[in-house]
Design a protein around this ligand. Structure first.
Ligand code: GUN
Length: 286
């Protein structure tokens, strides 16, 4: 059996096209385009790549975008001041502070400062709490993008067994909450889990978010399972590697995401979806 490919690149392009149509309608009705502000502290190369990609996405869908480049030496108070200014900016609906931040900055306090209504990353405790309570408002982008991919398979999630490998605040935990919300029986494996492979083998839906290339070998996969690879590691010569040993996994899984071209484009598409949603809610005075 060879797995069907979950083509994130294609599905993300379809999402952007739909957003572009909605933005055009909004603008035709006399409402300003949605605005996304990205704050970049310091000039880390990987962050530059992400920020440029976000700017291109904004351009494609018709959003106004603003990038604030701030020096790595900025103080906590100054950075909080910039966030407060963006919270108050009338042309901005989404505020994203690119991570990681320099070590002298308390990133949690910065996240807490972002207006939850403009928190298009979905990292604010308010938005994580809303997701946990099954009343999602602006949920985190990676897990939201994965849910769009799962939906595209047409497979019923209710009652399925799902295993998430990795329990990070921004990816693994919200992923587990999303799966629980749609009725999966969820296991989360993490660095203290005694037998992650056994948990993986029970899963109809296996999601890996670790960042360890080749961790998920064919023997971790239940035949026919949906395998979603969130892990992205940049190797020699800048090549991207997922957590899943793709060549062998594709022979066992029913569906599988490639790396690159799987979850990555969906995370970016979900950011555009969250920004449009934030803009629509702000325009309606909610
Ligand atoms: N750095 C890498 N990915 C992300 C992301 O999705 N959001 C933020 N804020 N920073 C990141």
């Amino acid at each position: 059996m060879t797995a069907r490919i979950l083509d994130g690149k294609r599905i993300a392009a379809a999402c952007r096209e739909e957003i572009r149509t909605q933005v055009a309608q909004r603008v035709a009705a006399g409402v300003r385009p949605p605005g996304l502000a990205v704050v970049l502290v310091g000039g880390e190369e990987a962050s530059e790549v992400y920020v440029n990609a976000k700017r291109r996405d904004c351009q494609e869908v018709g959003f106004h975008s603003r990038v604030e480049r701030l020096p790595a030496t900025i103080s906590q108070v100054e950075l909080e001041g910039r966030v407060a200014a963006l919270n108050a900016a009338a042309d901005i609906d989404g505020v994203l502070v690119q991570l990681p931040l320099p070590p002298h900055i308390d990133a949690d306090r910065i996240t807490d400062q972002i207006d939850p209504a403009k928190d298009v990353d979905g990292f604010h405790p308010y938005n994580i709490g809303r997701l946990a309570l099954r009343r999602p408002a602006l949920p985190p982008c990676t897990s939201k993008g994965v849910m769009v991919l799962l939906d595209s398979t047409g497979i019923e999630c209710r009652g399925a067994t799902a295993t998430v490998i990795g329990a990070s605040n921004h990816v693994g935990r919200p992923m587990a909450l999303e799966l629980l919300r749609v009725g999966c029986t969820v296991e989360v494996a993490h660095k203290f889990t005694k037998d992650a492979a056994a948990s993986a083998r029970r899963a109809d839906i296996l999601i890996s978010a670790v960042g360890k290339p080749g961790l998920i070998t064919a023997d971790w996969i239940k035949p026919g399972a949906i395998v979603i690879d969130i892990g992205i590691t940049r190797g020699a010569a800048g090549r991207l590697h997922g957590d899943v040993a793709f060549a062998e996994a594709v022979e066992v899984a029913g569906w599988i995401t490639p790396v690159p071209g799987g979850v990555g484009p969906m995370t970016r598409a979900a950011l555009m979806l969250n920004t449009l949603q934030a803009a629509n809610e702000i325009a309606q005075g909610r």
